[in-house]
Design a protein around this ligand. Structure first.
Ligand code: ZN
Length: 392
């Protein structure tokens, strides 16, 4: 029956239903229970839902969005954190870095286009980068000022085109912002959840109004969760100045973790010992060579010599700038903390309803490829997940 519908209603070049992939940055897995009654919340009971979506370490926005897009662990896709250093490029990655040398792997929009499925993106970390020398057919440079409703309205308009793209990707940051500023338990997160419900309701209503809802699969994910944080202790000013103050080191601090480069192998052990003995710093340092198998950041040019992480719920403050936008909550802690887990929910004609055990962000790439009926590129995901989510 599904095939008949496709033939009649969708003159798509790839001959399948189209897929919309949406990320709500920082949507913690248990926020679902706080969504107001409505279209979004009901997707979790009528669609296919994971208990939670497990982020890669460190549980930050850029590595996780790039793992979602490519199905690869950071050591294979190259985006180890929101900030990191590359010994070969002799340069530091920042979230604004759009030079293609940083971005490894094949994002799903490239896989789609290489297989003849048109892809449009409206924000997603990396969607504004010419990865493998190509962009999706349509993409935008990121601007946080674009209204959320405008993004949804574009997705609706694109879905209703006579020759719609087979894959549409978009991204919303409102839950991450509210969680950072006010904490995950805040009224502001509840307000953001009401907005998220309104956006998804607007999408579904718009697709229905254009009579395309039945030929669209909607997959909604998040990159990580959020946990409440205590104010940084005054002692944490010493993290950089007293312990990593050597000018020959490259030290990158991003709220919950520190990447340290330029240490000799024996030095890394000594510095870790010193840091870990100083309880007031509230961080735990590990030479990267001793990180356990839950870590996948062993990219030769980019792995730090030493990785230090704030104790769960504490924030590293170098004293250089106040962090009002990070006063209430944070993420970046190890993914064994369930507060770091995000969401996966999917609905549509090709989705098998049901509740699945938690799976990884690297498993989502195969799901999208399966929905598009295209061969995935080599990736780190478990192909079994796609078989459990997708009907065909
Ligand atoms: Zn964030």
């Amino acid at each position: 029956m599904g095939v008949l519908t496709l033939v009649v209603s969708a003159p798509l070049m790839f001959g399948g239903t189209r897929t919309i992939l949406i990320s709500f940055d920082g949507f913690r897995h248990d926020y679902v229970g706080r969504l107001p009654d409505g279209v979004f919340k009901s997707m979790f009971s009528t669609g296919c839902r994971a208990q939670s979506l497990i982020p890669v370490n460190p549980t930050k926005t850029f590595p996780n969005h790039w793992s979602l897009a490519t199905g690869l662990y950071p050591e294979h896709h190259g985006i180890l954190d929101n900030r990191f250093y590359d010994r070969a490029l002799v340069d530091t990655f920042a979230m604004s870095s759009t030079e293609s040398a940083w971005w490894l792997g094949e994002p799903v929009w490239n896989t789609a286009e290489r297989r003849g499925v048109m892809a449009y993106t409206y924000y997603w970390p990396g969607s504004n980068v010419a990865v493998q020398g190509m962009h999706p057919t349509r993409w935008f440079p990121y601007s946080g000022s674009r209204k959320y409703a405008d993004r949804i309205d574009s997705v609706i308009a694109w879905s209703a085109m006579p020759q719609p793209p087979g894959l549409i990707v978009t991204y919303f940051e409102l839950l991450d912002d509210a969680g950072h500023r006010h904490g995950p338990q805040s009224a502001q997160v509840d307000t953001a959840l009401i907005t998220a419900e309104a956006l998804i309701a607007r999408l579904v209503q718009g697709l229905r109004a254009h009579d395309v809802l039945d030929s669209v699969n909607i997959v909604i994910v998040s990159d990580h969760g959020m946990t409440a944080t205590e104010p940084p202790s005054p002692d944490q000013h010493r993290v950089q100045s007293a312990l990593f103050g050597d000018s020959s080191l490259v030290v990158l601090v991003s709220h919950t973790n520190v990447f340290v480069y330029g240490l000799q192998p024996d030095q890394a052990d000594a510095v870790a010992e010193r840091v870990n003995a100083d309880a007031a710093l509230k961080i735990r340092a590990t030479p990267s060579k001793r990180l356990d198998s839950s870590w996948h950041i062993n990219h030769a040019a980019r792995v730090p010599d030493l990785y230090a992480e704030a104790l769960f719920g504490s924030t590293i403050d170098t004293g250089k700038r106040p962090l009002p936008q990070h006063a209430g909550g944070n993420h970046g802690y190890h993914n064994s903390n369930v507060d770091m887990h995000g969401i996966f929910v999917a609905t549509g004609p090709d989705i098998k309803p049901g509740l699945l055990p938690s799976f990884s962000v690297v498993d989502v790439y195969n799901v999208i490829c399966s929905l598009l009926r295209i061969e995935p590129a080599l990736n780190d995901g478990n192909p079994e997940i796609a078989r459990r989510v997708v009907r065909h």
